[in-house]
Design a protein. Structure first.
Length: 387
């Protein structure tokens, strides 16, 4: 007995050491790599990098007015059918050094026009740094090339649209991306989002500003019942409605000096535009409306107004899977010319396999140009996948 007790005492340290070894903390992984929601995510202590790609494969059938002949067709009124890659994009986003220092880089590999024209390389789209100075997303500073905070539909990614393209107001009242600086954030418990920015005013991928003026933008959005999000379809509301109301302002002096006499300009509008939009979502139903009022002050000549609006609505017949949508948009190039409106009316049907990450869309629209007294029609079908 005495010998057995001595043996146990001698072995006790080794047993304790072996037990401690079995309960050591697992070794920390040097990095994480996983796929989620269309993104491949790489994480380390000082970096989070998300990679995603988006492809839109499209079919267009454009039918002009009976008096209009498209080059390459046999006679006036003949349509033209086209298969194309509308968008092919690669995006890198995340943070480095500290989570409050975020970045995004997005490249477009396919055509950048919306009319069925030639597919040209669209190049750099987004390249910016966003610093969350407050660490609570209440005050942030964003610098680089990104979407100007003006126009809800333009700010909504083409990945998240109900129709295959934005309305005819896009490109007329909003110009998408530019190079500049923005201060923004969410306050009042996340119910109020503010954005204020200054930009070159001549669009993306320009080497320098082409005049001595800058573009100024401001946008204020109120969301009393929670975040609505920048998705036109209602994937967000579950047991309560969601509402967003926004007002916005933009001033852009487009005067660009030429090599001619002092005071001569290629483009001579100083545009001041006031806009507003409303979004309501509830249990698969979505409603969106936006209005623009623009004052155009030419370098020579009288000031005039140019206004536009859009109304769009959608509803899921099968929640988050099958959706129907309707749109009406109109804009008046000048209040000095009577009956010169341009109108768009159309409908869409969407089938979502994985929400916006994998979906099949089809829409049909009619475009009316009252100045030319012409009406054209267009059918579009598109398969989108994000990986």
């Amino acid at each position: 007995m005495r010998s057995a007790a001595l043996l146990l005492l001698a072995c006790a340290p080794a047993l304790r050491a072996d037990d401690a070894a079995n309960h050591e903390e697992p070794e920390k992984k040097p990095f994480e790599l996983y796929w989620k929601d269309g993104e491949t995510v790489f994480k380390t202590d000082g970096l989070e990098l998300a990679l995603s790609n988006r492809l839109q494969f499209r079919f267009n059938d454009f039918i002009p007015d009976d008096r209009t002949q498209i080059p390459g067709t046999a006679s006036p009124g003949d349509g033209i059918k086209t298969f194309r890659i509308r968008r092919a994009k690669t995006q890198l986003s995340g943070w480095f050094w500290k989570p409050e220092i975020e970045f995004e880089l997005q490249l477009g590999w396919a055509g950048s026009d919306a009319t069925g024209g030639s597919a040209t390389f669209s190049g750099l789209e987004d390249a910016y740094l966003n610093w969350d100075a407050s660490k609570k997303r209440t005050f942030m500073v964003q610098a680089g090339q990104f979407k100007v905070p003006f126009g809800r539909q333009e700010m909504t990614s083409s990945e998240r649209q109900q129709f295959i393209e934005r309305s005819l107001l896009s490109g007329e009242f909003t110009r998408s991306r530019d190079v500049g600086l923005q201060l923004w954030g969410r306050v009042a418990g996340g119910k109020l989002e503010y954005r204020a920015g200054v930009f070159n005013g001549n669009g993306r991928n320009r080497p320098i500003n082409d005049n001595d003026k800058l573009q100024y933008d401001a946008r204020l959005t109120f969301e009393p019942w929670g975040s609505v999000g920048y998705s036109e379809s209602d994937f967000e509301s579950k047991d309560k409605p969601l509402l967003a109301v926004a007002v916005e302002f933009e001033n852009n002096d487009n005067a660009r000096a030429t090599s001619g006499p002092p005071g001569s300009f290629v483009t001579n509008f100083n545009d001041s535009t006031l806009g507003g939009d409303l979004v309501f979502k509830y249990k698969g139903f979505s409603f969106y409306a936006e209005v623009f009022g623009r004052e155009r002050d030419p370098e020579s000549g009288a000031t005039f107004n140019s206004n536009g609006y859009i109304v769009q609505s959608g509803f899921f017949l099968k929640r988050d899977v099958f959706e129907l949508a309707f749109r009406y948009a109109s804009w008046d190039p000048s209040d000095e010319t009577a009956d010169d409106d341009q109108n768009e009316i159309g409908g869409a049907a969407n089938y979502y396999f994985l929400k916006h990450r994998f979906k099949l869309q089809a829409d049909y629209r009619q475009l009316e140009d009252r100045v030319q007294d012409q009406t054209s029609k267009e059918f579009r079908a598109q398969l989108q996948f994000v990986f």
